[in-house]
Design a binder for this molecule. Structure first.
Ligand code: NAD
Length: 507
């Protein structure tokens, strides 16, 4: 384990060099990597040119042509070995996540655990890529449906889950017989380099993995665009802002490639009169302030019944006033830094906009923890007169807007009345209200939880959301189908040629 008393850059360097990453990939390059913990420079990472990016995509495509013929359970063995490497290096990778993104040690480790979990899931899946046998309408005929590898899967990821998102996609893609080309966030290339190194270790233990099966493209938006436009990439999974998803989705549509879009959320919780308020308080605190409000599933809107509003909000204000904000590496603070100055500016702008439409803001001020190069804030609770102004936007920072309702219909209308549709939740013990919320007339989100916040999903379920969240699904359930192509086969084992729908064509 790294010496945690060394400067952050030295710690990051120790971890990367111990994984075998060449020193020249993290020094002297054009991409400045800054730790949000204290604003210090961690590395200057090398980036790929447009030509190199295209060449690597070509190599990934060649790798796919070989990999697709390896039996799926054998492909699963590679993912099992990747899981082993992640277990072995969990502390180092978790620490690097904390250094590069500012997550608490527990959240950094949690992110790596999520990678391990999806590897385990994918190993089992490698023996369960089931097709179908369908009853044919014609005598002596059989219809089947089978799933084939689809090709190179492009993965574009956001800064806030710098490594787990790759694994959600890649673990499934590898067992499905695909190659993966990854364009990580330009804010988090170091954790990506570390993951690629762990993949290469797993590949060398496996033996015979075609070169380029997992390929990394470090660079900015321009490199992402090259991946999105390349005709050798039939599927692109892109995680990030709705702005990014709109651009990527349009470009993919132009060449009929398949998008898996995982975009912004604006997640709400409804607190009903029957809610257990002690449990609600704890869940709201984690949902709204955990990861400094920088999760796609962060709780951003609290829709509270008028009968419990007074009791809940006064207790919440107390929590907001006292929650610990501080250095995630040297203290037990529950709220760490924002990723950068732009995030802080965005938060300040949203709070001004809330005040301008009558919002009453508690907290939200900057806190000096590690000097002017880092951006820590006290989370903000904002009592709003209605769902107006910044409430309908996703501001990627710890702001919780509080709204009041009288009837459950009104609460559900508020919950659904935003452009995003990722995650949602209800706090209730009244079964009728719970089931109404989960019904077709209830939450319109991809995720709907009961008696917990909207934030923090398990890998076993399909993850993703509707509307401007993009419609993609990743991770568990049958999300694997997006990484394969479906083939329908009709087989005639008779001696006649009956046509479908009884059509006659006698020659
Ligand atoms: P971002 O949109 O700024 O960047 C995300 C990635 O997209 C980066 O790798 C970036 O280089 C790339 N990119 C940007 N424009 C591109 C383009 N035109 N073509 C190709 N690539 C492009 O997002 P961010 O600030 O890193 O992350 C925060 C956002 O991500 C929030 O909106 C959050 O809700 C969202 N997010 C969503 C999920 C989800 O699963 N729904 C998960 C994590 C984060």
């Amino acid at each position: 384990m790294t010496d945690t008393t060394r400067p952050l850059a030295a710690q990051a360097r120790d971890i990367l060099l111990s994984l075998g990453i060449a020193a020249d990939r993290i020094a002297g390059g054009p991409l400045r990597v800054v730790s949000p913990v204290d604003g210090s420079l961690l590395a200057e990472a090398a980036t790929v040119s447009a030509g190199e990016a295209r060449e690597r995509i070509g190599r990934a495509h060649d790798a796919f042509l070989e990999w697709r013929s390896i039996p799926a359970p054998r492909r699963g063995e590679l993912v099992r070995l990747l899981g082993e490497e992640l277990r072995r290096h969990k502390d180092a990778l978790g620490r690097l996540v904390s250094l590069e993104v500012g997550k608490s040690p527990s959240e950094g480790l949690g992110e790596v655990q999520e990678m391990i979990d999806i590897c385990d899931f994918a190993v089992g899946l490698s023996r369960q890529l089931y097709g179908l046998v369908i009853q044919s309408e014609r005598a002596e005929h059989k219809l089947t449906e089978q799933w084939h590898p689809v090709g190179v899967v492009g993965v574009i990821s956001a800064f806030n889950f710098p490594v787990a998102v790759w694994c959600w996609n890649a673990a499934l893609a590898f067992v499905c017989g695909d190659a993966v080309v990854w364009k990580p966030s330009e804010k988090t290339p170091l954790t990506a380099l570390a993951v690629q190194a762990l993949f290469e270790r797993a590949a060398s233990t496996f033996g015979g993995v075609p070169a380029g099966l997992s390929t990394l493209l470090v660079g900015g938006r321009d490199v992402g665009e090259i991946l999105v436009d390349d005709p050798r990439v039939p599927v692109v999974s892109a995680t990030g802002s709705t702005r990014m998803g709109r651009e990527v989705g349009e470009r993919l549509a132009r060449r009929f490639a398949r998008p898996i879009l995982e975009l912004g959320g604006n997640n709400a919780s409804i607190v009903t009169p029957s809610a257990d308020l002690d449990l609600t308080l704890r869940a709201v605190a984690f949902g709204a302030m955990g990861t400094a409000g920088q999760r796609c599933t962060t709780l951003r809107r609290l829709i509270v019944h008028e009968s419990v509003r007074g009791a809940l909000v006064s207790r919440l204000i107390g929590v907001y006033e006292t929650i610990s904000v501080g250095d995630p590496l040297t203290s037990d603070a529950l709220v760490g830094p924002l990723i950068d100055e732009a995030a802080f500016t965005g938060m300040a702008r949203a709070l001004d906009a809330a005040r301008a439409v009558g919002g009453k803001v508690h907290g939200g001020e900057r806190v000096n923890v590690n000097g002017p190069g880092s951006f820590y804030v006290r989370p903000a609770l904002v009592e709003m007169p209605g769902q107006v102004g910044p409430v309908i936007e996703e501001t990627f920072a710890p702001i919780l807007y509080v709204l009041t309702y009288r009837t459950l219909d009104e609460a559900i209308a508020l919950q659904n009345g935003v452009p995003q549709g990722l995650s949602s939740s209800i706090f209730a013990t009244d079964i009728r209200e719970i089931e109404r919320f989960l019904s077709a007339r209830g939450s319109d989100c991809g995720i709907a939880n009961v008696n917990m916040g909207p934030s923090g999903a398990e890998i076993g379920g399909a993850f993703g959301g509707e509307k401007e969240t993009g419609g993609g699904r990743e991770s568990g359930s049958d999300a694997w189908k997006a990484y394969m192509r479906r083939q329908t086969n009709a087989i005639n084992y008779g001696r006649t040629l009956p046509l479908a729908q009884g059509v006659k064509f006698n020659v």
